[in-house]
Write a protein that binds this ligand. Sequence first.
Ligand SMILES: Nc1ncnc2c1ncn2[C@@H]1O[C@H](COP(=O)(O)OP(=O)(O)OP(=O)(O)O)[C@@H](O)[C@H]1O
Length: 532
Amino acid sequence: MLADAQHNERDTRKKLLEASEELASLRATHARETADLQRQLGNKERTNRDLEAEMQISRDDLTRERDALRTLRQKQAEEEAKHMTLSAQLTASQARNSALQDEVERGALAVSAMKAELEVARQKALQVEDEAAQRILEAQAECDRKVAAVEEELRNAETIRRKLHNQVQELKGNIRVFARVRPALPHEQNAPDGLAQIAYGDERQAQETGQSHLTVTTRSESATGKEREQVLTFQFDQVFQPKDGQKEVFEEIMMLAQSVLDGYNVCIFAYGQTGSGKSWTMEGGEGDNAGMIPRAIDMIFAVSSQLKDRGWKYQMEGTFLEVYNEVINDLLGSGQFDSKKHEIKIDKDNVMTVTDVVSLPLSNARQVSILLERARSRRAVAATLMNERSSRSHSVFSLKVKGSNPLTGEECSGILNLVDLAGSERLASSGAGANKDRLKETININKSLSALADVIGALGQGQQGGHVPYRNSTLTRLLQTSLSGSSKTLMFCNLSPLNAHLGETVCSLRFATKVNTTPAGNAKRTHGRASG
Ligand SMILES: Nc1ncnc2c1ncn2[C@@H]1O[C@H](COP(=O)(O)OP(=O)(O)OP(=O)(O)O)[C@@H](O)[C@H]1O
């Protein structure tokens, strides 16, 4: 039994050992399996983590995709809304388009209807035009006939007008005298002796009678020391007061100057003491102050161009001479001084020429103003070189005018002489005194002025056929043909308004009165018929 028990025990122990070993093996297996499992678990966890990370990425992607999808959906909704709007617009446009097309079609129909009407109207217009052209041609022919008749009448009327105009001039007298008192100049307003007492006649009465009066009051002391007052009245064809401008003066002479175009010789003189306004009257200043020479020239050119319409053609040429100490100088010559000797020649037909002087053909007023400027500058040079010589020389501007009218066969020629005379001072007041040259000048001036008065006087007394003393001075010889039978003469007597010049003023008025009271002769026109 023990053995059995021992055997059993041994068996049991053996079995226990075996079981222990088996347990140990199992434990080892378990440990291995546990390690394997833990390793697998670790792997699984890592895989799990990776998967979670991937899942997170996928989730993020998904979120983004969703956002993108939302945005796209929004856009799509917007696009759809736009699409709907555009569709609506398109539908509206299509509706309008078809309405327009309807209108265009209706318009096209109307246009073709109108075209048809237009064509009918055009045909009618062409017909009317043809008829009108025919009527115009007839009217034109009628008009041409009437114009020719009116032109003919006009030419006749022009011839009559010229005759009447010159008859009026003749009635006014062919020797006329205008007195002109210049205004006191600014520096003379406070002259020590003041202004002379000059009174003017009633202007309306003067207009009615054609004669104007001027009264001068002089005061002198008698031998007994008493003051003697003398009131002198003078009568002229016209008296211009200081207030009268160049325009008013020219209005009175323009018809006279114009008669040169009708074939008359016209002489306009400015007489008076130095500084009395002769040059102002003849040449004047700028613009409204232009004197008689530029105004007469402008008017002659203006009238001659108007007369072109009536068939008249004019040729004009000008000379500008100066007579100083009885010697003629050409103011248009070249060089500072004219050294040529000029002679006055009168041929058997009474045509006067001065030898060797420049005569410039003139076709417009601008050329004349250049000519006047040339003469003025030569006079100014001479005045500076020879101590104000211009006051002591006579200047003679002559415009020769030749006219012909092929339509009426008339021809005419005339000369307009515009003469600025030398200062008319008497010897005592000329300041010549002991100065021999000045004495000679004054004697020559007085001689020529009294020769001029004698000639005008003789002409006025009807001595044209008898003796007229032209030969007594160069000036009267120079103007002989212009002053004789075929001439109209006007003398301006220029007067100073100053008391200091009263003595000279009275002398000038007496000289002018002598010229004025001469009975008028009849001017003759130089005209004829063209022989061709
Ligand atoms: N009617 C007028 N209105 C304004 N100023 C005038 C008038 N008349 C003359 N004068 C002025 O008086 C001054 C003298 O005139 P002007 O030179 O014409 O005299 P004149 O008689 O020609 O003298 P001269 O013999 O020295 O040439 C000038 O300054 C001129 O401008």
